[in-house]
Design a protein around this ligand. Structure first.
Ligand code: CTP
Length: 413
């Protein structure tokens, strides 16, 4: 039997996620995970183990999902709902959060005497397991051996965090935070996407060019577009390296993140990352100039001083300098005048396969963008204003078309 077609749109929206909740104190956190998934557009079916019912009520999850909550293999059967069989067949993903030591052991043994065990065995969808338990239970060789077995079968294990446990002790075993859970869920859902097997390097945010230890020359870019691009690439199954400037406040879970400060640091990180990459998506707002000499100590005002002159030198053009054959390069042009002429010049001058042009003032710091796509030798394509997440997904569709088919030029590397 083959896996059901995952919803055609990459990402969480429209996906059928079966969430198994086990009996640990972290069960209450499953409610906010459920809410986040529903808000992201997923259709969520919740299963509570007997243990979970000691901690949380089915009504909580029913209210959040607007769907029945399942507990037993023998309940809820109808003409078109065959219990665990239907849930398993329709699932795009099974998530177990929190997963207790007991459930982990039972899943490792393939036991099916509750709904969660039965669905886990009957589904061909990917499985994401987020353990949460007491410190010593987590470190016990039995638990770790069971997890090794499950990992070897392709299950994604989202490691718990260290910190204050419900017992009041410090230790390992806290349920991973929601960003980590959502990142693992996106990665698992995208696993078989069109960018599976590809390595995509994305840059995000502005660079900061030091004047002295506390001041810098910079710009207003927050990196929102680059972050959205990294997530969109993850949604299609790519391995992503996200090279992020200092103003990028929250980096998504899923990509390998490299933090950089200045343009020169970004250049070094990009050069290292593209060595085995299929594409470079250069969304960063790189400062064109940097102070010639950054002062080692904080610059002090002198009595009577009314002006300060900074001498700036040109930064390297990062994307233009990357000339590896076979690497697809996508750039951005944020302009305040003559958008198309300037963008077309950058497309050619920097050897890009695609440039995404937009109005600098309207775009920087905004959650939407009205972009124009410009490709070599083709007329520009103006897109309607849309959220940056949607534009990112659209750019990934372009990238899929630009990449040579797997097994061809890049795939043979
Ligand atoms: N870029 C780069 N290295 C630089 C400057 C820009 O790699 N030193 C990249 C950007 O990430 C973007 C594209 O080149 O993908 C265009 O950036 P932009 O700042 O619009 O163009 P510049 O070449 O800097 O030209 P100008 O600032 O003069 O408009």
């Amino acid at each position: 039997m083959s896996a059901p077609e995952a919803g055609s749109r990459p990402g969480i929206a429209g996906k059928r996620i079966v969430l198994g909740v086990c009996g640990g104190i972290a069960a209450y956190k499953a409610a906010s995970l459920t809410s986040a998934l529903v808000q992201a557009g997923a259709i969520v079916d919740v299963m509570l183990t007997d243990g979970a019912r000691h901690f949380v009520q089915p009504l909580t999850f029913q209210a959040l999902t607007k769907r029945p909550v399942h507990a037993s293999v023998f309940e809820d059967w109808s003409e078109d709902f065959f219990g665990h069989v239907t849930l398993a067949r329709e699932a795009d993903l099974l998530v177990v959060a929190p997963a207790t030591a007991n459930t982990i052991a039972r899943l490792a043994m393939g036991m099916t005497d509750d709904m969660l065990g039965a669905v886990a065995l009957a589904t061909v969808a990917p499985i994401v397991l987020a353990p949460a338990m007491e410190h010593h239970m987590w470190h016990h060789p039995a638990t770790q051996a069971n997890l090794d077995l499950l990992r070897a079968r392709g299950v994604t294990v989202v490691a718990p965090e260290s910190g204050r446990l419900a017992s009041g002790y410090q230790g390992d075993g806290r349920l991973a935070g929601q960003p980590a859970l959502l990142g693992a869920i996106r990665t698992a859902l995208g696993r078989q996407g069109e960018l599976h097997g590809r390595h995509i390097v994305v840059t995000a945010g502005g660079t900061q060019e030091p004047i002295d230890p506390v001041r810098f020359v910079g710009n207003r870019s927050t990196g929102q577009m680059g972050v959205a691009l990294a997530e969109a690439a993850i949604d299609r199954g790519a391995r992503v390296t996200l090279i992020a400037g200092p103003a990028v406040a929250t980096v998504p879970q899923g990509p390998d993140v490299v933090r950089v400060g200045s343009a020169v640091e970004m250049q070094a990180a990009v050069e290292a990352a593209v060595a085995d990459a299929d594409a470079l998506v250069m969304a960063a707002a790189v400062a064109d100039f940097r102070p010639r000499n950054a002062a080692e100590q904080k610059i002090k005002k002198q009595p009577g001083q009314e002006t300060l002159e900074l001498s700036l030198v040109r930064n390297p053009d990062i994307v233009a300098g990357i000339t590896r054959p076979g690497l697809i390069k996508i750039g951005f042009a944020a302009e305040t005048e003559e958008l198309l002429t300037n963008a077309a010049r950058k497309l050619e001058g920097k050897g890009l396969d695609l440039i995404v042009a937009n109005d600098a003032v309207a775009t920087i710091g905004s959650s939407t963008s009205a972009a124009t796509l410009i490709r070599p030798g083709a007329p520009p394509e103006a897109l309607a204003e849309m959220p940056k997440e949607r534009l990112a997904a659209r750019i990934m569709t372009e990238l899929v078309c630009l990449l040579p088919r797997q097994g061809g030029r890049n795939g043979a590397r």
